[in-house]
Design a protein around this ligand. Structure first.
Ligand SMILES: CCCCCCCCCC(=O)SCCNC(=O)CCNC(=O)[C@H](O)C(C)(C)COP(=O)(O)OP(=O)(O)OC[C@H]1O[C@@H](n2cnc3c(N)ncnc32)[C@H](O)[C@@H]1OP(=O)(O)O
Length: 432
């Protein structure tokens, strides 16, 4: 073991320096440095976070201090561990859960995640003496953001309003099947100047547990609520959706009026799970063939080929009629999505929109990126419960590439919404 203290008794004790000190918003980077080490001292940095269900997420990396006994993660490459190379935020994005098939999810956005950082002597992640420790909070609500629970008619949601008097452009935020009411993306996005409503549509309070029929009137009610809110500006809203939420964003943009802009993260162009209903129109679900479910070498389900091709035969009826839409679209695509064929869906949507003289959507494809493109620095979830499948499935993605994609996607979607929602008074006509 490195006899650090006996080498130079006058040296100051090793200290972790965090900037910003104490904490920051969860989508912001934290600058991590260590001072007071011996010149060239080998150390291991460890991070640990406990989620609200008690699961531990951990990462570690080996480093060597410089000739002044300093270590700056923005300048010094990791020599190995959970990641290697110059990765100033690796201790966050490379975390892995101690429970199988567990995903990092924030339920109570009014409290931060607390990350403990430790500096250990030497290169043994579990062996070295602890030299220094720091606690870093990762927050979900910027100062002044207001959280307003919404129980209006059938709508079950939480509205996040930015600081100030507004009015602000409105966005509806949708997660995948079985997600209930997840607020962490909406709360972060409200800090960027948008009034963001996290909208539940199943598996929450009195909303249906199953997905047999989805009535788009429910989402229409949510749009009406948001647009009539005194702190929401304009005559149209944005929709942000991931997974089934992306597919629903697509459906809203195709059937409902006043959807000005939609960001679809790994969404599908065909209806999946149960019937989609709006007024007297029904879009049936695309067919599946369970024989096409593959097993990974670890025995996990890979469902990427489960769904039928919606361009063939009777499955064409499952296509959402995007050609009716006048919404501006941004498709964010993980090219290693194993939930379904997101890139194919985005490209097909683009073809259909352009074939009908509509605005060409923006498509951004991220290599080695999986299904759950989260806000920045959320660790990659390799496999977890898929409610429709009823068990764990692999989601795809390589941790580093996926982390880079999340940082970029978060910027891109904000820029897109600012470009399309800020100050516009555009009326989108009804599609029917
Ligand atoms: C017809 C077949 C077609 C198939 C095509 C696939 C299309 C699917 C399109 C999609 O939308 S993909 C996205 C699917 N949805 C999800 O990934 C979300 C799945 N749901 C969850 O992970 C949890 O429900 C969630 C963490 C979001 C919320 O959990 P709850 O607040 O309801 O927690 P609860 O404590 O009641 O636990 C419910 C289940 O979630 C599990 N769970 C809770 N927290 C979790 C966590 N943090 N990580 C992983 N699993 C979690 C928990 O173990 C439990 O599993 P079991 O039902 O098997 O016992």
């Amino acid at each position: 073991m490195h006899a650090f203290t006996t080498q130079n008794p006058n040296r100051m004790a090793p200290t972790v320096i965090l900037e910003p000190a104490g904490g920051c918003l969860c989508d912001q980077p934290v600058h991590i440095a260590v001072r007071g080490l011996a010149p060239e001292q080998p150390v291991t940095l460890r991070s640990v976070l406990r989620d609200e269900k008690g699961a531990l997420f951990r990462a570690h990396a080996r480093y060597r201090a410089d000739s002044h006994g300093e270590l700056d993660l923005a300048r010094t490459p990791a020599l190995g561990g959970s990641f290697s190379g110059l990765e100033p935020m690796g201790l966050l994005w490379a975390m892995e859960p101690d429970r199988p098939f567990w995903r990092l999810i924030k339920r109570d956005v009014q409290t931060p995640f607390v990350v403990e950082l430790e500096v250990l002597d030497g290169h043994e992640p579990d062996g070295g003496q602890r030299l220094a420790r720091a606690v870093h909070e990762r927050h979900f609500m910027a100062p002044g953001v207001r959280r307003v629970p919404v129980r209006e008619g059938r709508v079950r949601a939480t509205l996040f309003l930015p600081p100030g008097t507004g009015p602000f452009p409105g966005i509806i935020d949708l997660f995948g099947i079985g997600s209930g009411l997840l607020e962490y993306r909406a709360s972060l996005l409200a800090g960027k100047g948008f009034a963001v409503m996290a909208l539940a549509y199943n598996n929450y309070e009195d909303l249906p547990k199953d997905m047999d029929i989805i009535h788009l009137e429910y989402f229409e009610e949510a749009v009406t609520y948001l647009l009539s809110h005194p702190q929401v500006t304009g005559s149209g809203v944005g929709v942000l959706g991931i997974s089934k939420g992306g597919e629903l964003g697509f459906a809203m943009a195709s059937f409902l009026k006043n959807i000005t802009a939609a960001v679809i993260i790994n969404g599908s162009i065909s209806n999946i799970g149960g019937n989609l209903q709006y007024k007297d129109e029904t879009v049936p679900s695309v067919g599946i063939n369970t024989k096409r479910v593959k097993r990974t070498k670890d025995g996990l389900k890979d469902i990427v080929d489960l769904l039928n091709n919606p361009l063939e035969g009777p499955d064409q009826k499952s296509l959402i009629p995007v050609e009716r839409s006048d919404t501006a679209f941004l498709f964010l695509v993980g090219q290693d999505d194993h939930n379904w064929k997101s890139e194919f869906y985005a490209r097909e949507a683009s073809k259909r929109l352009q074939a009908h003289g509509k605005e060409k959507p923006q498509i951004i494809c991220y290599p080695e990126t999986g299904h759950h493109i989260e806000p920045p620095y959320f660790p990659l979830c390799k496999a977890s419960l898929n409610s429709l499948v009823g068990g764990p499935v692999i989601w795809g993605g390589e941790p580093r590439a996926h982390a880079m994609a999340q940082v970029d996607a978060w910027q891109q979607l904000q820029t897109f919404f600012h470009n399309h929602l800020d100050g516009k008074k555009k009326t989108i006509p009804a599609k029917l």
